[in-house]
Design a protein around this ligand. Sequence first.
Ligand SMILES: [Mg+2]
Length: 222
Amino acid sequence: MRQCQALGYKLMKMKIGGAPLAEDMQRIEWALEIAGGGQDLAVDANGRFDLDTALAYARAMEKYNLCWFEEPVEPLDYQAHAVLCESTSIPIATGENLFSVQDFRNLVRHGGMRTHIDWLQPDPSLCYGLTENLRILDMAERAGWARRRTVPHGGHQMGLNMAAGLQLGGTESYPGVFKPYGGFADGIPVVDGYTKPHDTPGIGMELKAEMFTQMRRLMEFA
Ligand SMILES: [Mg+2]
């Protein structure tokens, strides 16, 4: 997390659920010392909790004022989301494992997700690209969701382009992970949690030298 801060990031996310609850709370408190406050820290359970465990975690974490609690339960268990959203003040985030407008419509209809504090996280690579993402945004807007409450999962140039072009709430980034495909243009820094879109045509792959070299090699081989 200190390395991420040194790279210019502000809001950071940590995994939870791999340790017992009490140990996870200690881990969160250590992370908060680095993040500086709950608004700059999110937690992600990757859908591994049953509802009772998710409720226990939500209760234990409420005092930390975290930015969000991501994938607390099985992504397609909409009723579990509804119970959780009814029971906790922590913002809930989910969507990286929902792959279509139909899935997101069911989440919005039946998941009890709150338009003023919760987050939708479609992954543009996993859910049929920009076209299906536009359908998801359109459906969510009709259901009362501001685009600012959507943060694309994935952490790449495509997500950044979408966040800027569609005025979403932000985009993920995984510095050092999923190389060379993750991350943004080489020459455009992240400053205090913000970065700029590139000004070249297309997705901007040419501005990620390592990725572009690898893709060119694959294309030429093909
Ligand atoms: Mg996640």
